[in-house]
Design a binder for this molecule. Structure first.
Ligand code: THU
Length: 130
């Protein structure tokens, strides 16, 4: 199964009763294992979590810490773009050249990279004097 098909499948499980906007994410770790995540909303709105965050949590729980590729999908008019917080979360576990595939459920696909999503990202180098 392709990474986008994996994201499409897990999107069905999204819990999004408030926004009604279901999102699925799938990532392949450098080990080859694929991890999935979906958004999980909460009546206390800020407590909701994004699909990408879920996939990353599953990856770390599964014993992996390096992303080789990631895909995200939603029923949106244009390929869904990870939010700012998720860009930082992805950057924690992916090098800048890692491929990010964004998709609509209609099949429109846009490819970019982690660095393309988050140029000039804050990383541990900035803390090298501490
Ligand atoms: N959402 C994601 O899960 N990932 C994204 O890339 C964009 C936004 C979720 C958060 C919230 O549950 C819903 O989509 C609407 O913002």
């Amino acid at each position: 199964m392709s990474l986008i098909d994996s994201a499409r499948a897990v999107r069905e499980n999204a819990y999004a009763p408030y926004s009604k906007f279901k999102v699925g994410a799938a990532l392949r770790a450098t080990s080859g294992t694929v991890y999935q995540g979906c958004n999980v909303e909460n009546v206390a709105y800020p407590e909701g979590t994004c699909a990408e965050a879920g996939a990353i949590a599953a990856m770390v729980a599964g014993g992996d810490t390096a992303i080789a590729e990631i895909a995200v999908i939603a029923d949106s008019p244009k390929p869904v773009s990870p939010c700012g917080g998720c860009r930082q979360k992805i950057a924690e576990f992916a090098s800048g050249d890692v491929k990010v595939t964004m998709a609509t459920t209609d099949g429109v696909i846009l490819e970019t990279t982690v660095a393309g999503l988050l140029p000039g990202s804050f990383d541990a180098d900035y803390m090298s004097r501490t």
